[in-house]
Write a protein that binds this ligand. Structure first.
Ligand SMILES: NC(=O)c1ccc[n+]([C@@H]2O[C@H](COP(=O)([O-])OP(=O)(O)OC[C@H]3O[C@@H](n4cnc5c(N)ncnc54)[C@H](OP(=O)(O)O)[C@@H]3O)[C@@H](O)[C@H]2O)c1
Length: 226
């Protein structure tokens, strides 16, 4: 796959390197083309670097790591994103005292509104950069969930595969509207990691359990709740 990174900071550098290690062609984009090239050199995996516009032109899948900056603001040719997959890994800025406002429209939905012909996928926002440092091994042993929400089913599957390749357990989270819930999980895990001094490696894993062999509690009965 050809993957373009928009914003070569912590998330862009980490995921770009991990995907390049899996044999994908990666282009690190930046506001400063020289920085993009420097990150590509740091990766030492035959990756390329340059401007954000070049990264979009190069790629089929784009990782959008720039919070609060829309393609129509950042790119000279936002229409170059038409038909392409954009992975949105962003979380809202942490407010004073972790008093998060309710999410009535996700960052991913805002992105999709800005470039309606692109295929926006929410993913990779519920784990800290430190978790990527463990990928793909020994991370794979821990079954860390990557929640993947998108309206385009094929795009969702592609991103689930990209998550699986680097040691995560992808969870199909349905349509892009559900990015509101996924972003809420990103807020929650940051509260646990940096709001409560419990360490940088806390993360979220969803477990699929077997059915109980006997229903000794009476099992689930029809509810009378409306
Ligand atoms: N770090 C984590 O542990 C983590 C985990 C999950 C989700 N996230 C989310 O992922 C997003 C990125 O986080 P990060 O840690 O990678 O941040 P970061 O290290 O600051 O990287 C973000 C990059 O965005 C670009 N950028 C910043 N301001 C910009 C502007 N005004 N206009 C255009 N480009 C701008 C910069 O890239 P260039 O200088 O190359 O242009 C910067 O390096 C955030 O929304 C964050 O909440 C972070």
């Amino acid at each position: 796959m050809k993957i373009g990174i928009i914003g070569s900071g912590n998330m862009g550098r980490s995921l770009g390197i991990l995907w390049a290690e899996q044999g994908h062609q990666v282009f690190f984009g930046s506001r400063d083309a020289e920085k993009g090239k420097a990150v590509a050199e740091f990766a030492e995996l035959g990756t390329q670097g340059g401007s954000n516009d070049q990264a979009v032109a190069f790629a089929d899948v784009i990782l959008w790591t720039v919070r609060g900056m829309m393609p129509t603001q950042l790119l000279s040719h936002p229409e170059a994103l038409n038909g392409k997959i954009i992975i949105d890994c962003n979380n809202q800025e942490i407010p004073e005292g972790f008093a998060y406002p309710a999410i009535v429209e996700s960052l991913a939905e805002k992105l999709a509104k800005d470039v309606p012909n692109a295929r926006v996928v929410k993913a990779f926002n519920t784990m800290a950069q430190e978790v990527f440092e463990l990928a793909p091994e020994p991370l794979r042993d821990y079954g860390v969930s990557v929640f993947v929400a998108a309206d385009d089913e094929q795009a969702r599957k592609t991103v689930m595969q990209l998550a699986e390749e680097i040691g995560f357990l992808p969870i199909d989270t349905g349509t892009l509207r559900n990015a509101r819930l996924v972003e809420g999980l990103g807020d929650f895990i940051r509260l646990i990691i940096i709001g409560q001094e419990q360490g940088a490696y806390a993360t979220i894993c969803v477990n699929i359990l077997p059915a109980a062999q006997e229903q000794r509690l009476g099992g689930r009965q029809a509810s009378s709740l409306k």
